[in-house]
Design a binder for this molecule. Structure first.
Ligand SMILES: Nc1ncnc2c1ncn2[C@@H]1O[C@H](COP(=O)(O)OP(=O)(O)OP(=O)(O)O)[C@@H](O)[C@H]1O
Ligand SMILES: [Mg+2]
Length: 465
């Protein structure tokens, strides 16, 4: 830059010197001539012509100076301004003028560096954004003023919010559940790490969140706001509850027959055995109860076996018609007992499955259909192929199931009406076994029911190819 200034100054000085020298020569040479001259007009003409030449010369020299020295600077300035605007692709043209070459080059290096830094920053921002969006937890960041500065998709989805009415809003204005708002407020006020499990109603459903909150600390330990991350643990809680229910249910189911066996046998031992009639009827009760106990234990063992991860059925091409026939034979006495009509709409279908397990499935559905139907009703069994799948339907005209109960039907020990089902002698394991067995066959079960009208269980199974 220094050399450029020197050059410019020297050029100017030389030029001014030349002009002064020219002027001096002209004045020195012309003054005596002018004094003695007769035709002064001619002299004026020469003078004017000389002045015109000098002007032309200055214009050419001037424009050359501008061309060589000023233009590249202008160009560099323009480039710098483009850089300021954020256009890091702008480059200064590197002219031949020694003075400005360095300037243009420096600006271009600067531009290149800026472009690289920006590219790295954009990439890092993208990475961070992808991470925040796909971290599997909901996240919200709130700045020092309490305004939402960042929020990810899981958060918006959890509370059905949109970015527009969340970003930049005060955290109390976005209307998250009161319990979460309380938690946020606590972290915001105390500026400390905090962890909690919160529970709130979302419509008709109870939801559970595992929430974690922390202050955001920037450079020089400056407090910038807070960040809240949470996980929806509703499903985990539900499973935990099912497990708890399971233990309670097993204990309860086992206790009932055991209590009765113990009670009757104690009475017999106390002397009642002497009366043959009492002995017989008590022994019958003990027998029935131990049968029930055995059934329950078998069901439990079966279920725990089927539920084991890695459980596989011994699948092979199986005639589904024969399976249904066998299941019907086993249940026939019960069907006859209630004078229930049985309608079969069977097409020949070969599935890929384990015949014994499938008989167990159909039997379970049939027993339910008989148990939860009145006398003189009708049960229809259908077998056909649809969308390259075997479809088996067991339809009854029984009491039906409330739609709110259908979601829990396949849980272990779940019974719609405990008191009523107790009378039917069920334990609530049947459908759970059905579901696991069908899933082990890579199939699925569906229920369609209307209270007072009837219930249809539909099973989809893969065909033997
Ligand atoms: N066809 C049906 N019609 C009406 N309710 C049904 C029908 N099938 C099942 N249910 C309801 O679903 C509940 C669960 O059925 P599930 O077969 O699992 O148990 P269960 O029949 O009570 O006992 P078990 O373990 O002896 O089968 C039943 O208690 C009953 O309330
Ligand atoms: Mg059942």
């Amino acid at each position: 830059m220094k050399s450029f200034r020197h050059r410019l100054l020297i050029t100017l000085l030389v030029w001014i010197g030349m002009m002064l020298a020219g002027l001096f020569i002209v004045v020195h040479q012309l003054l005596p001539i002018y004094a003695n001259a007769e035709n002064k007009t001619e002299i004026w003409l020469v003078l004017f012509f000389a002045f015109f030449l000098a002007l032309l010369f200055s214009a050419i020299v001037g424009s050359r100076i501008i061309e060589v020295n000023i233009k590249p600077i202008e160009n560099a300035t323009e480039t710098a301004m483009e850089l300021v605007k954020g256009n890091y692709r702008a480059r200064a043209s590197e002219s031949n003028a020694q003075a400005s070459v360095e300037l243009s080059r420096t600006i271009n290096v600067l531009a290149r560096n800026l472009q690289e830094i920006t590219a790295v920053r954009v990439m890092e921002q993208e990475r961070l954004k992808t991470l925040i969006e796909n971290m599997g937890s909901a996240l919200i960041m709130i700045d020092r003023q309490g305004a939402v500065s960042l929020v990810n998709k899981p958060f918006l989805e959890e509370f059905e919010l949109s970015t527009e009415n969340t970003l930049g809003k005060f955290y109390k204005e976005i209307h998250v559940p009161y319990e979460l708002e309380d938690f946020i407020e606590n972290v915001f006020m105390t500026e400390t790490h905090s962890r909690a499990q919160i529970e709130f109603m979302s419509g008709l459903n109870l939801k559970n969140l595992n929430v974690y909150g922390a202050p955001v600390i920037g450079e020089h330990q400056r407090w910038l706001g807070i960040v809240i991350v949470f996980h929806d643990i509703t499903e985990l809680k539900r499973l935990e509850q099912i497990r708890k229910d399971f233990v309670a249910n097993v204990s309860h189911e086992l206790r009932t027959p055991v209590t009765s066996i113990k009670g009757f046998s104690e009475t017999l031992l106390d002397g009642a055995y002497k009366d043959t009639d009492t002995l017989l009827s008590f022994l019958e009760i003990v027998h029935t109860e131990s049968n029930r106990l055995e059934m329950l234990i078998n069901d439990l063992l079966d279920l725990s076996n089927v539920e084991q991860s890695g459980f596989e059925v011994k699948a092979q091409p199986t005639e589904m018609k024969a399976v249904i026939k066998r299941a019907v034979e086993m249940i026939q006495p019960k069907i006859n007992e209630k004078s229930i009509g049985l309608k079969l709409e069977i097409k020949p279908v070969t599935v890929y499955g384990d015949a014994n397990r499938l008989i167990q499935v159909i039997m379970n559905l049939l027993i339910n259909a008989v148990t939860y139907s009145g006398n003189n009703t009708e049960i229809t069994i259908r077998l056909f192929v649809k969308d390259n799948q075997a479809v088996i339907q067991v339809e009854d005209q029984g009491i039906g199931i409330e739609s709110s109960e259908i979601g829990r039907l396949f849980e272990r020990f779940y019974r719609v009406d405990r008191a009523r089902s107790r009378n039917s002698g069920g334990t609530g394991l049947g459908l759970s076994i059905v579901k696991h067995l069908i899933e082990a066959h890579h199939g699925k079960v569906e229920v369609d029911s209307a209270v007072g009208v009837g219930t249809t269980f539909t099973i989809y199974l893969p065909l033997a190819s």
